[in-house]
Write a protein that binds this ligand. Structure first.
Ligand code: R5P
Length: 313
């Protein structure tokens, strides 16, 4: 493809390479140096003058360093006269800081949007934002893709879904879970979850819908500490569910999530590769589906000036 280049920060080169493979491109060459004073330097090692450039950098540990590396890359590309630069954020940084729900706190997801624009992003491409308002924080054009069809298609192909029920992990997830249920032609149930603070304790308190004797597919945008999914699993089993699996877009898997997964009666956790899974976070209970073809298709459409909503078909 003419004038199109894809670069990767340090966060997830495997995903960037898979995107390039789908596009028939080689990954753009760049190099990041971390000095002993913890400053970063990024050098773009090929000409990008008048090119349409995409930089792939999902948010993953070390989160803040990954964000700074991305900002430095965007600035370097703008300084190197790229014609247009798109920040590709399969998992958006600080996505859970999306509202002012306590006094004197920052809405950091909005700050990130401002920083991306200030650093040189002309566009943003992302997947399943934690909250819809984040798209509005980004003042440059922002395309939000969804991995729900990837998860649904996999479930439909791999399981006998007769008698299954889709379960929204919390009320906030009900809309997305509804789309999931519609796509799979399954009923929907909703767990009413309460969280008391910034801890791992997410307590399910009520259930809307019927799960008795059914296989439950818990749906959520992300799994972080796992509090939501694992507590919901036990809650559903106590309510008479036959078995439980979860389909989640972003595998943050922070804190004691893996330890809790091993101990949980959850049968399976289906996730995507928006975030890399280091070896210590891999487990036979986790199935990983790739979003690389979805991102490659969106990148090709943005580059050609074709509609991105066609990807959702
Ligand atoms: C909550 O609003 C989200 O949809 C997820 O349920 C939440 O981010 C998951 O976090 P954790 O795994 O720590 O419960």
């Amino acid at each position: 493809m003419r004038d199109l280049k894809v670069f990767s920060g340090s966060a997830h080169p495997a995903l960037a390479r898979a995107i390039c493979e789908a596009l028939g491109l080689s990954l753009g060459r760049s190099h990041t140096v971390r000095f002993s004073n913890e400053n970063l330097k990024v050098k773009i090692e090929e000409n990008v003058r008048e090119q349409d450039v995409f930089v792939v950098q999902p948010s993953c540990p070390p989160v803040s360093e990954g964000l700074v590396e991305l900002l430095i890359m965007l600035d370097a590309l703008r300084g190197a006269s790229a014609r247009r630069v798109t920040a590709v954020l399969p998992y958006y940084p600080y996505a859970r800081s999306d509202k002012k729900d306590e006094p004197r706190i920052s809405i950091t997801a909005r700050l990130v949007a401002d920083l991306l624009e200030a650093a040189g992003a002309d566009r943003v491409l992302t997947i399943d934002l934690h909250a819809p308002q984040i798209q509005g924080f980004v003042r440059v054009p922002c395309d939000q893709l969804t991995a729900i069809p990837i998860l649904c298609d996999h479930l439909r192909a791999a399981r006998d879904l007769r008698g299954a029920v889709v379960v929204a992990a919390d009320v906030g997830e009900a809309k997305d879970a509804g789309r999931f249920a519609k796509r799979l032609d399954l009923p929907l149930a909703i767990v009413d979850k309460r969280r008391s603070g910034d801890d791992e304790k997410a307590r399910p308190v009520h259930l809307v819908g019927d799960v008795a004797g059914r296989h439950c597919i818990i749906v959520d945008d992300e799994i972080a500490t796992g509090g939501t999914v694992f507590e919901a699993t036990e809650f559903l089993l106590r309510a008479g569910a036959r078995s439980v699996e979860a389909a989640v877009v972003h595998p943050v898997l922070s804190g004691r999530a893996i330890e809790r997964l091993l101990a949980s009666p959850l049968e399976r956790l289906i996730v995507t590769d928006t975030i890399p899974l280091p070896p210590e976070k891999r487990d036979p209970k986790i199935e990983v589906l790739s979003v690389a073809p979805l991102l490659a298709e969106a990148i090709a459409r943005i580059h050609d000036g074709r509609s991105v909503s066609g990807v959702f078909g």
